[in-house]
Design a protein around this ligand. Structure first.
Ligand SMILES: Cc1ncc(COP(=O)(O)O)c(C=O)c1O
Length: 444
């Protein structure tokens, strides 16, 4: 199914749907509408599993070795190598990776804790729930900061103002690298150093993004990654933490597996000193069971080999969407990396954020795209301070109106898919449809 161009009219397929009348009123005069169902669904997410991934998954299941073992070790080596760090500790999700990071900061096995209960952690107001929940669950306080309009990342100038005002006992910064956009590591490093903050990074949306010679989220103490299906690579569910700190990595290894010493690089030194305990059943830290399975790691190993081609495809999709909004009132947030083709910076485009002129235009555009079965969604959760859960749980939560950029983004911006599984026909359909949507009438 294609939207056909003929000189100065276009043919737009519309489903029989209650919204059709709403859209018909807003179409430009030279549009002819035919009513048939679009067959070109553009999903936000796709499984990303290829025949070779399924083959290795079946092999692992047949082997009988199911829980964390040699495939996990192998995948961890590949990930550490890819990211250029000394340790990657795999877990069962990116959310678990965030939880484990804060547990390790609060209750390390050897050195003094880097954070203590009641400390404040700077986080962006446009966030994912499990960026925030571990902070609250473990007795710390999220200190929300507005985001930058052109990157959707935490606004470091506003963060500095909060610190200068002496707000809370701010001891750490946990920036999200949003939607494939890597935050400049040198800016983060300078900011953290000047303010004496622990820097940890939520990179769950931005595997494959880099700045200069560094992968996003590999500056600072640690970065969490997600391999949830539809991300840059998938292990179905899955995630992990990258760090260059050996002790921190060992603590994460214990925390992911009941607090066990078994899997630590320094496990021998623990059993040497604690001879009264069975060395196979030595528990040295607090912990959870957030271990990954062998099948996840084996799929991850198969996928990571092809990450460069996945990311190139995502970049092509983003370029096509950018072309389709040129000269219109829509724009793509984070487009500078495409326009300037900066070699030293790669944006790995998890999804594509489209900015509308106002909330009315967003409403019209989103309805039109959804009518064509092009899925859309809010930017992460939108302004997280407007979510009922945070209003109910964090008694110190800020007024959502104090975050004007996050509020504006929530009202005027939406996401479309950029999955590397999209076919060239789907990419054509997506970009043509966005271009048509940009011409719809709306209340200015
Ligand atoms: C910013 C951010 N942090 C954390 C997560 C959690 O990752 P997972 O779904 O693997 O638990 C996500 C999910 O995509 C995310 O977008």
């Amino acid at each position: 199914m294609n939207i056909a161009h003929q000189d100065d009219y276009i043919e737009v397929p519309l489903k029989h749907h209650s919204d059709s009348a709403f859209l018909l009123e807003r179409l430009p005069t030279k549009v002819i509408c035919s009513c048939y169902i679009s067959a070109m669904r553009i999903p936000l997410a796709s499984s990303g599993l290829r025949p070779e991934d399924l083959a290795i998954a079946i092999e692992v299941l047949q082997s009988g070795n199911l829980t964390m073992g040699k495939h996990v070790k192998n995948f961890e080596i590949q990930m550490a190598d890819y990211l250029g760090v000394s340790n990657f500790v795999m877990m069962n999700s990116g959310s678990s990776a965030n939880l484990a990071i804060f547990e390790a900061l609060l209750r390390p096995t050897k050195s003094s804790p880097l954070l203590e209960e009641d400390d404040g952690v700077l986080v962006p107001a446009i966030a994912w729930p499990t960026t925030i929940w571990p902070i609250i669950q473990l007795g710390l306080h999220p200190v929300f900061v507005d985001v930058e309009a052109d990157s959707l990342a935490i606004d470091l100038e506003k963060a500095q103002n909060l610190i200068n005002l002496g707000r809370r006992n701010i001891k750490a910064i946990f920036p999200i690298h949003p939607l494939g956009y890597g935050v400049d590591p040198s800016r983060l490093d300078n900011f953290s150093r000047m303010n004496n903050l622990v820097q940890i990074n939520d990179v769950c949306e931005s595997l494959g993004s880099w700045y200069g010679d560094k992968h996003a989220g590999t500056s600072g103490l640690a970065g969490s990654f997600s391999f949830y299906f539809s991300h840059h690579i998938t292990t179905m569910e899955g995630g992990g933490v990258a760090t260059n700190n050996e002790e921190f990595a060992d603590d994460l290894r214990s925390i992911r597996s009941h607090g066990w010493s078994r899997d630590r690089k320094d496990s021998a030194s623990w059993s040497e000193h604690l001879t009264q305990n069975d060395s196979k059943f030595l528990f040295v830290s607090t912990g959870y069971n957030i271990r990954p399975m062998e099948i996840q790691a084996a799929i991850g190993s198969s996928q990571i080999r092809d990450i460069d081609s996945f990311i190139s495809k995502r970049r092509i999709i983003a370029s096509r969407v950018l072309e389709s909004v040129k000269g219109t009132q829509l724009s793509v947030i984070g487009d500078q990396t495409l326009i300037n083709q900066i070699d030293s910076k790669n944006h790995s485009w998890m999804l594509i954020p489209i900015q509308c002129k106002n909330a009315n235009q967003k409403n019209v555009v989103v309805k039109f795209l959804n009518e064509l079965e092009i899925e859309t969604r809010p930017v992460l959760t939108g302004n997280f301070l407007s979510q009922p859960a945070i209003e109910r749980i964090d008694k110190h939560h800020e007024n959502p109106l104090n975050f004007p950029v996050s509020k504006h983004i929530s009202e005027t911006c939406f996401l479309v898919g950029a999955h590397h599984d999209l076919s060239s026909e789907q990419i054509d359909f997506l970009s043509q449809s966005i271009n048509h949507a940009s011409k719809l009438k709306y209340d200015e």
